[in-house]
Design a protein around this ligand. Structure first.
Ligand code: TRP
Length: 340
């Protein structure tokens, strides 16, 4: 064991106005838990957000809204380094160097790029989308991150990041920490309330399938009460036979810390309706303060921007050292300091 804490890094794109419950339980809460145990670097990859179709009128607001929700949910901008990607120019700068060390064919094999361009054809895709994975590698390598907690869909991007780190270290000398590909244990997965076969997402078929954290808590309660349940009456966790009820139990357990077994026992002999009424109340108690705190942060954008500027400053202190080292090793001529 070394004395230094491991460094953990992750990002979440500002693509929706409100986080949903699945984001919260799947990612945000994990971040909050990790900031005590690790040296945490969290950021909002707004440069990644513009690799696909985007609305310039909404982007800045979304970035602030996502930031406010993360802070409201417990990301502590003093403990964690929390910032906006475009505020730290080293991300784009290191990405360029990595672009020059990545094969065209290698980038072409990224499945996410292939999926995203399969429908519209590669003519509709931008160079930015093609370079998405190398920008992500730069995000990670700039901070010498040890661990990167992301979903399974990002595994291939992490593999590329490791490949690029090793390639650079071999060719130019030890420079980057090679981040662990071990994707942190999947915590509870939250499913769509109307279609428990699908993950809760911002693009679900019915708006009733997801709980948006910024919506009126009354709506959240209503969505729980109208969630699809299963045949039979028994309240028991069985993801195969009872996906609807199991999903409600997972949510209940995640928000209260009560184990599934404990909940099964508490609801033995009761009806689905009981579970829903109680969970609706739990949901209201959870959403109400979160929403209030987010609104408070958004009401004072100058203070929010100041917190993000503080994060960017701390981030740059690390990122600029790595980038300088990279520029030197690659052989770029260092500029003389101005003023002679
Ligand atoms: N690509 C990630 C996603 O879609 C977001 C992201 C960008 C990221 N840069 C990152 C995640 C660096 C972890 C580390 O979820």
């Amino acid at each position: 064991m070394t004395a230094a804490r491991q460094r953990i890094l992750s990002g979440v794109k500002p693509t929706a106005d409100s986080l949903h419950l699945g984001n919260y339980i799947g990612a945000v809460r994990q971040w909050v838990a990790m900031q005590d145990q690790y040296e945490a670097v969290f950021f909002i990859p707004d440069l990644h957000a513009i690799t696909v179709d985007f609305d310039p009128a909404a982007l800045a607001t979304r970035t602030r809204t996502v930031a406010a929700q993360y802070i409201a949910a417990g990301v502590d901008p003093e403990k964690a380094i929390f910032f906006v990607q475009s505020h730290v120019p080293e991300h784009a700068e290191l990405a360029w160097v990595l672009n020059c060390l990545t094969g065209f064919g290698e980038a072409s094999r990224m499945t996410q790029f292939k999926d995203k361009t399969a429908k519209s054809g590669s003519d509709a895709a931008t160079l930015g989308l093609f370079a998405y994975p190398t920008l992500m590698a730069a995000d990670i390598l700039l901070y010498q991150a040890d661990l990167v907690p992301v979903g399974e869909d990002q595994r291939q991007h992490l593999e590329l990041t490791r490949t690029l780190a090793n390639r650079f270290n071999t060719r130019f000398g030890e420079t980057f920490t090679v981040p662990e590909a071990t994707i942190l244990k999947e915590t509870a997965k939250i499913y769509d309330l109307q279609n428990p076969a699908a993950k809760m997402s911002k693009t679900g078929e019915s708006p009733n399938g997801a709980i948006q954290l910024l919506e009126d808590p009354k709506i959240a309660a209503k969505r729980i009460k109208s969630a699809v349940t299963d045949d039979g009456t028994e309240i028991r966790f069985d993801a195969e036979a009872k996906p609807g009820v199991s999903n409600l139990l997972t949510i209940y357990s995640s928000l209260t810390g009560r184990s599934i077994a404990e909940l099964e026992e508490a609801y033995a002999g009761k009806m689905y309706g009981h579970l829903k009424v109680d969970l609706a109340e739990v949901m209201v108690d959870f959403v109400t303060p979160l929403r209030a705190r987010t609104a408070e942060l958004l009401d004072d954008p100058a203070e929010l921007d100041r917190l993000l500027a503080h994060g960017a400053q701390r981030a740059r202190a690390i990122a600029s050292v790595t980038l300088q080292d990279v520029y030197n090793k690659v052989g770029l001529l260092a500029p003389a300091t101005a003023g002679r």
